[in-house]
Structures are given as C-alpha cells and as structure tokens.
Design a protein around this ligand. Structure first.
Ligand SMILES: CC(C)(COP(=O)(O)OP(=O)(O)OC[C@H]1O[C@@H](n2cnc3c(N)ncnc32)[C@H](O)[C@@H]1OP(=O)(O)O)[C@@H](O)C(=O)NCCC(=O)NCCS
Length: 233
C-alpha cells in the first residue's frame, strides 16, 4: 500500500489476521495481550462473527500504526496498552497519553480485504474510507449523490469513489452518517470541488474552517479514499 506523506499515516490489517485471531479466541485463547480490558469488554459484546472480525481488524491496523508512531518518538508500548475506543458518536480514539500533545487523530474503515487505519498527530485530522467497488441501486445513488454530482457518475468505480470520498470527509468531521449525505458535495463529482452544507458546514466552521483535501486510491476491486486537514499532501 502506498505510504502517505508525513505527518499522515496509514496501515492495513489484512482480513486473515483478524480472522485467525478471532478463531484462536473461539478456541479459548485469551486476547489480553492484544486488547485492553475495555476493548475486551467491547469485543465480548459483539455477537455477529463478521462484525467481530471487522472490529478486531480495525484494532490490529490502528495498533500497528500507533506502535510505529510511538517507536518514532523513542517510546515503546505493547498492543494491549493502546486502547482504541469509540466516542458516543462512534468515532474512534486512542486512550493513551501521547506526551506533550493530544493523541493522534484516528480513523478506521473495514473493507472486504481487511481494515485500514489512518492517523495524524499534531492537532490535524484525517478520515479514511474503503469500500468494495459495486454498482449501487438507483434509489441509493439518489440518497447519497446530490443532483449536481450525478452526471459525473458513469461507472461503479465512480459511484464507489464518490461514496468513499463523502464518508472520509464525514469521518474527519466525526459526523459519520448522522448527516444528510448531500451536505458533503463534490461538484460534478470532482474531488477538487468540495462544498459543505448544513450540519457538515456548521461542524467544519466550529473547527475553525481548516482546509480539507481529499484523494482516492482506486484498485480493481476496492476504492480507498482519504480526507485530510492541513497543508500537505
Ligand atoms: C461512520 C460510518 C459512516 C461508517 O460506516 P461504514 O462504511 O459502514 O463503516 P466503515 O467500516 O467504513 O467505518 C467504520 C468505522 O468508522 C468509525 N466511525 C463510526 N462512527 C464515526 C463517526 N461519527 N466519526 C468518525 N468515525 C466514525 C468507527 O471507527 C468504525 O469502526 P469501529 O466501530 O470498528 O471502531 C457509520 O458507521 C456511521 O455513521 N456511524 C455513526 C453511527 C453509529 O454507529 N453510532 C454509534 C453509536 S454507539
């Protein structure tokens, strides 16, 4: 996976890693070397096997990334010492002191090939979303794509790209799908022409109107999109 320019970071945990850990847990292995007590309590509440694997994959990707970031600061930790919890609105956060500055801003996404974690320290934000490429039903496209965006949607890749771009911006704003998807709009589905409306606009204004850049990384079966605040990349 292509690296992000500093200070933004990206890591992936392939689906088989979490599947194998979940299987070992089923077979009686304790996950306390990987998960904190709060995470273990959260994991035990998840009943649907796919959700358990996705949730675990997200934690594995995030911990991998955060351990690397800590090592670069000359610090060490073990995976279970880095709890990745969720705020009430669902947004993930690291409950671990980062020394001298707020903990990195985290974003997670679960895709069929595995989980992706993105992080950035220094008060910036990042949002990531990865989805399998698929043709969306017309009714669904109407809900997520504003009329001004629809002419730009010529293929399943275009639809998936627009969907993931919107989700990455909504994750950066910590809004998730709690807002109208038309409130994050890319004129003519062009990633360079982001417009915010309604609650998305109000949230962005409350953050001090930071510049938001986006990018999409399409592959044959999946599209990964990222939204960043700050000057680079
Ligand atoms: C964020 C959201 C758009 C992602 O949808 P998705 O494409 O199905 O899922 P993805 O795999 O791409 O992303 C899921 C991750 O997004 C993150 N996320 C959830 N809500 C978020 C929010 N408001 N802001 C930023 N990130 C959020 C979480 O880390 C989640 O993974 P986790 O639950 O394993 O920690 C959607 O889950 C959402 O709107 N959630 C908000 C509602 C909600 O679930 N609230 C929880 C109340 S307890």
């Amino acid at each position: 996976m292509r690296e992000l320019p500093a200070p933004y970071r990206l890591a992936r945990s392939p689906a088989h890693e979490a599947a194998s850990l979940a299987e070992r847990h089923e077979a009686g292995e304790c996950l306390s070397h990987t998960l904190s007590p709060d995470e273990l309590a959260q994991f035990k509440k998840l009943k649907v096997p796919k959700r358990r694997r996705d949730w675990l994959a997200g934690r594995l990707a995030a911990k991998k990334l955060l351990l690397e970031m800590l090592a670069e600061r000359g610090r060490e930790a073990r995976p279970h010492e880095l709890p990745i919890l969720n705020r009430k609105d669902g947004a993930p956060y690291l409950a671990f002191p980062w020394e001298g500055e707020p903990a990195p801003f985290l974003s997670l996404s679960h895709a069929p090939s595995g989980a992706v974690a993105a992080a950035v320290a220094g008060g910036r934000r990042i949002g990531v979303d990865a989805e399998a490429v698929a043709e969306r039903p017309e009714a669904f496209v109407t809900v997520f794509a504003h009329p001004s965006e629809r002419a730009g949607l010529r293929s399943a890749h275009d639809q998936t790209r627009l969907w993931t771009l919107k989700e990455s911006v909504l994750k950066l704003l910590c809004l998730g799908l709690s807002v109208d998807l038309w409130d994050v709009r890319f004129l003519e589905a062009d990633p360079q022409r982001l417009e915010l409306h309604g609650r998305a606009l109000a949230c962005w204004e409350s953050l001090g109107r930071p510049a938001i850049r986006v990018e999409s990384r399409p592959s044959e079966h999946e599209v990964l999109s990222l939204a960043y605040t700050g000057e680079t990349p």
